[in-house]
Design a protein around this ligand. Sequence first.
Ligand SMILES: Cc1cc2nc3c(=O)[nH]c(=O)nc-3n(C[C@H](O)[C@H](O)[C@H](O)COP(=O)(O)O)c2cc1C
Length: 218
Amino acid sequence: MKKRLFIIAVLLLTILLMYPAILFAQDLKPIKLLDPQLDGGRPLMQVLKDRKSSREYSSEKLPLQILSNLLWAAWGVNRTDSGLRTAPSASNMQEIDIYVATADGVYLYNAQKHMLEPVLGEDIRAATGKQDFVRDAAVNLIFVADYSKMGRGSEENKRYMSGADTGFISQNVYLYCASEGLATVVRGMVDGPALEKIMKLRPDQKVVFGQSVGYSPK
Ligand SMILES: Cc1cc2nc3c(=O)[nH]c(=O)nc-3n(C[C@H](O)[C@H](O)[C@H](O)COP(=O)(O)O)c2cc1C
């Protein structure tokens, strides 16, 4: 009996050592996002004047209200009766998922529930891009296309459509950041296959772009 318990304990320990994410992912709790502040924001024409890419970040975290506003602006539900979103998508496929990599871990933005679901209890920010600043940004958004939601078209067509759909979401992020005085840059320089592996995505989930968001150094 004692021997059997010992073997089970050793097995459990081995599994936890091999897959520490199991241990940590349990620590990562879902985050209920706050309602977006719809009466905020600067006039659109001024925001367009200020929109830009930034490549220097402090590691200051984003307050929950700012993160909530950001994700809603990016790709939230703006028509609750139909579930339609702040950005358009080809044939309303809504195939883009936003994964949110922070110092605490990786979350999936659930737009319908406006919450963050835990994915991975590891800080993978450094792996979300090929540029050094990505490790400093408070948040790195990872836009992932779920090809299983895109019907039977060719791989090329799916790549094209998901690239365009991501562009609209990314621009929403740019505009929100310009309005709020946050730094951001969309990034194609991402090792997609490596990131898909780290995030344990399915073969029909493809990383499209990354986008860093945070505060500029003071
Ligand atoms: C599809 C796409 C991919 C991009 N990839 C990167 C990137 O990997 N790294 C980066 O620093 N900037 C990237 N950028 C940002 C551009 O370099 C930037 O938009 C351009 O230099 C113009 O600057 P602006 O955004 O400040 O107007 C990308 C932009 C787009 C639209």
